[in-house]
Ligand binder design. Structure first.
Ligand code: FAD
Length: 328
């Protein structure tokens, strides 16, 4: 048992987050490379159905760390449960997605376990039996290699979209282990009163299959309508560079980049966006990147799979026309 790789799964409304599927994908790869077993841990209450589904699909054993105090997320509750689990399990590696939730509790968990946390990793390599983890610093301008020191467990969180998700459905028989873990009275200093949903844009950008993004090249809020029209024709989410949200053409939640969202759609269409590094760090892991820019030397073309050197006001209307014709 000791020395396993544990993927900490994040779930909401009975669904495992995409970043957790990515962590499972990496966990399975590392398991094969390091010869260590991998298992998924889920914290919560009444999550049996989810545990069975994920176990069957991923082929992993799932440890359900059940506690009624953890029905809703609180950093104290999660850490208490995970520390107890880690102390009995003595894993080699704890893998997490880098999300708002893990940013909230993982540093506390690392401190309680007296271990370091290597956050937001985009790659790794093995050297003499050690794993070296790659993180981007200075807004993605430099890569840093970090090797964990001391005894395991090592805590590592993974940047969204940096590793391929485990997608195949193995249709295995579920293997679910229940562990009732205690949360001492008085530990929880927060209580969930109400969940207030953010006003949803048409498509949740973190889950969007296609994103059409526009930049300063669109020229004005009125002209940005062209991007909304293309997105509508493709059933896509709408993204933007920072000048667009700074200028109030779109709300801030549409911003892609180092101070906005990180996205990994299958298709990213960048229109009138130059490709500054702060934008690229938020979208360069997209499956296929199409760039439309009138400047043939725009840096966005360096990450693009397909580039159209042209005026967005000539190219995009044609794309809208084609997309509308192709719509079932
Ligand atoms: C700390 C910090 C954080 C930042 N965070 C972010 C972030 O999260 N996201 C982000 O995007 N930026 C961010 N920035 C800003 C970033 O540095 C760039 O300034 C920004 O990305 C540029 O946006 P843009 O490409 O839309 O505009 P520009 O760089 O002005 O590029 C506009 C492009 O449109 C093209 N163009 C113009 N007219 C047309 C036309 N008619 N047809 C086709 N192409 C045309 C031009 O050739 C040009 O390439 C940040 C900056 C800092 C300092």
């Amino acid at each position: 048992m000791a020395g396993r790789i544990i993927v900490l799964g994040e779930h909401r409304d009975g669904q495992l987050k995409k970043t957790s599927w990515e962590a499972i994908g990496l966990g399975r790869k590392l398991s094969a490379e390091l010869g260590k077993k991998v298992c998924l841990a889920l914290v919560g209450s009444e999550i049996d159905g989810l545990a069975r589904e994920v176990s069957g699909r991923s082929g992993l054993e799932v440890a359900v760390l059940a506690n009624h105090h953890c029905r809703h997320y609180t950093p104290e509750g999660y850490c208490e449960v995970l520390v107890e689990f880690a102390r009995t399990e003595r894993p080699y590696l704890l893998l997490l997605g880098h999300t708002y939730q893990t940013m909230d509790f993982a540093p506390r968990l690392a401190t309680m376990l007296d271990r370091g946390l290597i956050p937001n990793c985009v790659d790794y390599r093995s050297e003499a039996g050690r794993l070296l983890w790659v993180r981007q610093v200075f807004n993605g301008k430099l890569n840093l290699e970090v090797s964990p020191q001391g005894e395991p467990p090592y805590l590592v969180s993974l940047q969204q979209g940096a590793f391929p998700a485990s997608e195949e459905n193995l249709e295995n028989s579920p293997r679910v282990e229940h562990r009732q873990v205690g949360v001492a009275e008085g530990t929880l200093r927060r209580k969930l009163l109400e969940v207030m949903e953010a006003v949803q844009t048409k498509v949740d950008l973190s889950q969007a299959e296609i994103i059409v993004a526009g930049g300063r090249g669109l020229g004005s809020k009125e002209k940005f309508q062209l991007i909304l029209d293309l997105a509508e024709a493709l059933g896509a989410g709408v993204g933007a560079s920072r000048p667009v949200t700074d200028g109030g053409w779109l709300p801030k939640e549409h911003q892609i980049g180092s101070s906005g969202q990180t996205v990994t759609p299958r298709l990213y269409i960048a229109c009138g966006i130059s490709g500054a590094i702060q934008h690229l760090v938020g979208m360069s892991n997209s499956g296929c990147i199409v760039a439309i820019n009138k400047d043939p030397y725009a840096p966005i073309f360096q990450v693009a799979d397909y580039g159209i050197v042209g005026d967005v006001f000539q190219v995009v209307p044609k794309l809208i026309e084609i997309a509308r014709e192709m719509r079932p």
